[in-house]
Design a binder for this molecule. Structure first.
Ligand code: HEC
Ligand code: HEC
Ligand code: HEC
Ligand code: HEC
Length: 480
């Protein structure tokens, strides 16, 4: 129950902010109000004529229905991975996804009250586009497709985030993947020749998740997936992703194969219960790379709002007026300026495995970007160049880090650093404290729980309580 609640408290952040905003009672915040930017057009589906003209295979997806037969992936029940034989394909993946995985509901929630409210708010008094028809929502709440593909295959929308969202479009492999020759192919060949995504590799796996859980603009052949401050202000939860905890919450339909976490076999092979530490370390680097790439593509976009407030610390702008103003400044923050990258970038440096001579130029670039992003109107060109370059470096580091994961010793060191911090939870530091919570729990639960001492247990419990949003702050719709 514990970890689910804690993640719930992260997703309820936007509700907490609603509450803080409500206490502003319509007063102008100190920061100058951003001039209203026109919302991107909520494009209706293209006419059938249009998509017919579009080149490319509009039928590369087969739909989740094609995986659900009882003899294929629609068998019964979850498996106990400690039992011999369970590590093989479960054949009940569809059933598990349907009953326990939130992704099977991703489309149907576009009909619920919150989605309706978001759509109404986004229309700003005009005629709202229903969320279940709005490409701005369908881009993440169903199979990621191009606009013309979406129009040609609306019948797949009801599946929500179906199998092919993570495993890749099936037209190239659906016929092959049950044969004995398929089993002999390695994961890289399956990906290269058949578009079967290598979700076994933890870098690739995380990239699949961040496509929707961080966002990705202008990916070849796929609609923009962009959760910006306009949508958050309209009521969408802020996307605060962390790979280890989200992987726990997803409800596995597989047993981990640690020997395939990297493309080159690791010696010795890690044990499955090191998963959370690896996912935490690799995940943070991939997530940072994805968010920097998103920044770069927002900066170079002609239509995206700029500057994009969702990249800043929410509490830099949203503060309760009745309480003492938050005095605690975050590292790198300029007085009177919203801190940038407080979720994706905080404490990321210790995970880098560069030689000291490589570290200095990267730290300097990071500092320049941070300064740039705190200016009232950051230079788009400079942001694009810096963010993209840093994104590539973080991605490279993710692959390097993923080759060896994170040892017991290193985990202990990082854990100690996080335990040592005092619990001064000024509102501004919420992101920081939430990340500490996720770090401590991911590391302490790995390595056969050797690091889960009573002191660590206490910190986890304490942070859990402190990170809860105040009673009455939530409408209840987000409580998990
Ligand atoms: C960039 C991808 C992305 C886009 C675009 C997007 N969503 Fe979401 N949405 C998500 C993710 C990811 C979650 C789950 C968030 C979490 O729990 O961390 C979510 C959650 C939700 C929820 C459930 C909130 C709850 O917990 O009860 C609703 C409702 C929702 N989205 C509606 C919409 C609507 C309406 C739109 C279009 C205006 C939209 N979404 C656009 C990714 C997206
Ligand atoms: C949100 C992403 C996601 C969705 C949606 C998803 N999967 Fe998976 N699936 C994974 C990940 C991650 C793994 C573990 C890595 C691996 O084995 O590829 C996995 C593993 C599997 C495996 C085991 C592969 C092996 O070699 O052990 C099968 C089979 C599978 N999925 C089938 C399905 C089917 C069928 C569906 C749809 C009903 C589905 N998946 C939906 C992410 C997803
Ligand atoms: C195609 C977009 C997409 C991809 C890819 C995707 N997700 Fe999601 N995910 C969503 C949406 C949309 C929701 C919200 C669904 C809901 O609330 O019912 C969601 C919800 C979740 C939740 C529930 C969050 C909560 O607050 O309870 C978890 C956990 C999760 N995703 C983990 C993952 C992981 C791990 C991966 C990668 C292996 C992944 N997702 C890949 C779109 C995606
Ligand atoms: C640079 C300052 C700034 C930052 C940073 C910022 N916001 Fe906002 N926010 C505003 C302003 C100004 C408004 C009112 C105008 C608007 O709706 O765009 C607003 C409106 C909102 C609203 C709607 C409140 C209402 O009553 O309508 C929500 C919810 C919200 N923000 C959440 C967030 C979250 C969550 C974050 C962090 C991911 C965040 N904001 C970051 C300045 C900011």
């Amino acid at each position: 129950m514990g970890k689910r609640q804690a993640i719930g408290s992260i997703t309820v952040l936007s509700v907490a902010i609603l509450w803080i905003m409500a206490s502003l009672q319509g007063q102008e915040p100190e920061e100058s109000r951003r001039t209203k930017q026109p919302l991107p057009q909520s494009n209706q589906f293209q006419s059938s004529e249009n998509f017919a003209k579009t080149s490319g295979n509009l039928q590369r997806y087969q739909g989740t229905g094609s995986c659900s037969a009882v003899a294929c992936h629609g068998g019964v029940g979850r498996k106990d991975c400690d039992q011999p034989g369970a590590a093989d394909i479960w054949k009940s993946e569809y059933t598990v996804w349907m009953t326990d995985d939130p992704h099977s509901r991703a489309f149907s929630i576009l009909y619920d009250d919150l989605a309706t409210q978001i759509a109404t708010n986004l229309a700003q008094g005009g005629q709202p586009t229903p969320a279940w028809q709005d490409v701005r929502c369908l881009s993440c709440h169903t199979l990621p497709r191009s606009e013309s593909e979406l129009a040609a295959t609306t019948r797949f929308n009801a599946d929500g985030v179906g199998c092919e969202s993570c495993h890749g479009p099936a037209s190239e492999w659906i016929g092959q993947h049950t044969t004995t020759t398929w089993k002999l192919l390695d994961a890289q060949t399956k990906e290269r020749d058949y578009q079967f995504t290598n979700t076994k590799n933890l870098v690739k796996r995380t990239e699949v998740c961040t496509g929707c859980h961080v966002g990705k603009r202008g990916d070849a052949g796929v609609l923009d997936r962009d959760m910006n401050h306009d949508m958050i202000a309209a009521g969408h939860p802020r996307l605060a992703f962390e790979m280890a905890s989200y992987s726990d919450l997803q409800a596995n339909h597989w047993c981990e194969k640690p020997e395939k976490w990297t493309d080159t076999p690791t010696i010795p092979t890690p044990s499955p219960n090191e998963r959370n530490a690896w996912l935490w370390a690799t995940g943070r680097l991939v997530t940072a790379a994805s968010s920097l790439e998103l920044s770069a593509s927002r900066a170079e976009s002609k239509t995206a709002p700029w500057p994009e407030f969702s990249e800043n610390n929410c509490y830099s702008c949203h503060q309760e007026l009745t309480a003492e103003p938050a005095k605690r400044k975050l590292k790198g923050e300029l007085a009177g300026r919203p801190a940038w990258g407080s979720w994706f970038m905080t404490d990321i440096n210790p995970l880098i495995r560069n030689s000291p001579s490589d570290i200095k130029p990267r730290l300097e670039m990071m500092e320049s970007l941070q300064k740039l992003m705190q200016l009232p109107l950051p230079d788009r060109q400079k942001v694009t160049t810096l963010s993209r370059s840093l994104s590539l470096q973080f991605k490279e580091q993710a692959f390097i880090r993923n080759e060896s994961g994170i040892s017991l010793q290193e985990s202990k060191r990082i854990l100690d650093q996080n335990l040592g911090k005092n619990l001064d939870l000024a509102p501004k530091a919420w992101d920081h404290e939430a990340l500490r919570y996720l770090t401590i729990s991911a590391l302490a639960r790995s390595h056969d729980k050797k690091l889960m001492t009573p002191e660590v247990q206490d910190q986890i419990e304490l942070l859990k309580v402190r990170l809860q949003t105040p009673a009455g702050a939530s409408s209840g719709s987000h409580e998990k």
